[in-house]
Design a binder for this molecule. Sequence first.
Ligand code: B12
Length: 214
Amino acid sequence: MTDYIQKLKDIIFNFDIDNAEKVANEAIESGIDPMSAANALTEAIRDVGERFGKGELFLPDLVCASEVLKKAFPIINKAIEKKGLMQKSLGKVVIGTVFGDIHSIGKSMVATLLYAAGFKVIDLGVNVKGEDFLQAIEKEKPDILAMSALLTTTAMEQKKVIEGLKQTGLRDKVKVIVGGSPINQEFADSIGADGYGATAPEGVKVCKRLLNLE
Ligand code: B12
């Protein structure tokens, strides 16, 4: 039997943009658990990121690997959504990657899992300005604001948005959760967030906990 977990990792390691969609589709058609498929892609891209950090790979490699991910992930995400499509809405979440940061994959993963769990999700995308987060909170009146930051330099944008919520009188109206690779519980506490998740599944758990759903 074909090892699709390894094949999914290999399309990233080999920067195989041409076969990304084909392998992702075949993996899903083969019946593997879409969450395992998502984890395989995540593990592989982390490995690429570490090698980039050590100077073993270069920016064009990072860009090509992320192009593979951008082609393969939507197919896997669709399968996750399909599996989870059901229930009444558990609540509304506004999500986005903070200003100055264009990393979309982890944020989209959190959005997908929240959606699959039964939340209504409004995804503002990446590089979201503080004022746009505030406007969306005012307009959409979500239960939860979820912010992602992947760069050490953009992590503090999460704090700025929380400060903005306080200044505009919105802080008590919405729970705030944060995540992304440079974020940890200590940082989340220090900026006054209500919750933190190291992974997308943890993010879902935290949202449920904050809304007293489990
Ligand atoms: C892919 C990638 C890119 C792609 C992004 C493509 C895209 N559309 O997203 C491209 C090539 C564009 C890119 C650009 C850059 N990148 Co980059 N990138 C990565 C890489 C390899 C993978 C990120 C990723 O998608 N991971 C997979 C996802 C699934 O994981 P994740 O994002 O961590 O998300 C998980 C959790 O963190 C969590 N999570 C995430 N968000 C949230 C939010 C909430 C609310 C919750 C609860 C949980 C949660 O759940 C997710 C799933 O479990 C990382 C390496 C790494 N180790 O992360 C570097 C990395 C993040 N990049 C880095 C850098 C330096 C850059 C650049 C500055 C490079 C440059 N010199 O130009 C630019 C920045 C551009 C900008 N202004 O944003 C550094 C950051 C270092 C730092 N600490 O500041 C890293 C760590 C690489 C490294 N080792 O140096 N990058």
